[in-house]
Design a protein around this ligand. Structure first.
Ligand code: 5GP
Ligand code: MG
Length: 183
C-alpha cells in the first residue's frame, strides 16, 4: 500500500511496510466478534481492555459481539518509549468492575514476550472470575511466559516493531487505521 508512505498522519516518519490493511483488520475483527459471541453462550461477560494499545480494537470488537456484555479497562505499563521489552510490568490503573463470577475477556493489542499478560492474569485470577480468556489483535508467538496463550488472535505478527490501530511508538501512530512496521 504505497499510499501509506505519503500518509499525512506520519509527519514525515517513514514506514517500512503496511503489514495489515484497514480492510483486512475490519474483516478479521468481524470474525473475532462472531467467534467470541459463539464461545460465550451464557453468563456475565466483561470485556477488559488493556490500555492504551487496545482502545481501538475494543471499540470495534464490542460492536461485533452479539450478546450482552460490559466493558472496563486496565492500564498496564511495560515498555516506556523503547522498542524492546524492559521486562518490568506495572499496574497503573485498575478496573472498577467486579470480576467475581464473570467471564473475563482480556483484550490486548499485541503479545510479544507474554510478560504483560501473565502478570495481569495472575492479578485477576485472585478475584475469582468464572473464566479468563485473552483476545489479542496480534501475536508474535515469542512468548515463553504464558500458561494460557490467547484463545482469540487477530493475526500472527511478523517479528517487526508494529504501529497503528492502537499500537504506538513513543505515543505516536496510534490513530493509523492500518498496521505498519517502522523503519
Ligand atoms: P510483552 O509483555 O508480551 O512482551 O509485550 C506486550 C506489550 O509490549 C504490548 O502490549 C505492547 O504495548 C508492547 N509491544 C510489543 N511488541 C510491540 C510492537 O511490535 N509494537 C508496539 N507498538 N508495541 C509492542
Ligand atoms: Mg506500548
Amino acid at each position: 500500500m504505497s499510499a501509506s508512505l505519503v500518509d499525512p498522519r506520519l509527519q514525515g516518519r517513514a514506514l517500512k511496510r503496511v503489514a495489515f490493511t484497514t480492510d483486512q483488520i475490519r474483516g478479521r475483527v468481524r470474525e473475532l466478534g462472531a467467534d467470541i459471541s459463539a464461545a460465550y453462550p451464557d453468563g456475565d461477560l466483561l470485556v477488559l481492555g488493556l490500555l492504551k494499545g487496545s482502545f481501538i480494537l475494543v471499540s470495534d470488537l464490542v460492536r461485533e459481539i452479539s450478546r450482552p456484555l460490559q466493558v472496563d479497562f486496565l492500564v498496564v505499563s511495560s515498555y516506556g518509549n523503547d522498542m524492546v521489552s524492559s521486562g518490568t510490568v506495572r499496574m497503573v490503573y485498575d478496573a472498577q468492575a467486579v470480576l467475581k463470577g464473570k467471564h473475563i475477556l482480556l483484550v490486548e493489542d499485541i503479545v510479544d514476550s507474554g510478560r504483560t499478560l501473565s502478570m495481569v492474569i495472575t492479578v485477576l485470577q485472585e478475584r475469582e472470575p468464572a473464566s479468563i480468556e485473552v483476545c489479542a489483535l496480534l501475536d508474535k508467538h515469542l512468548s515463553t511466559f504464558l500458561e494460557h496463550p490467547p484463545r482469540f488472535v487477530g493475526f500472527d505478527a511478523p517479528n517487526e516493531f508494529l504501529v497503528g490501530y492502537g499500537l504506538d511508538h513513543a505515543e505516536n501512530f496510534r490513530h493509523l487505521p492500518y498496521i505498519a512496521s517502522l523503519q
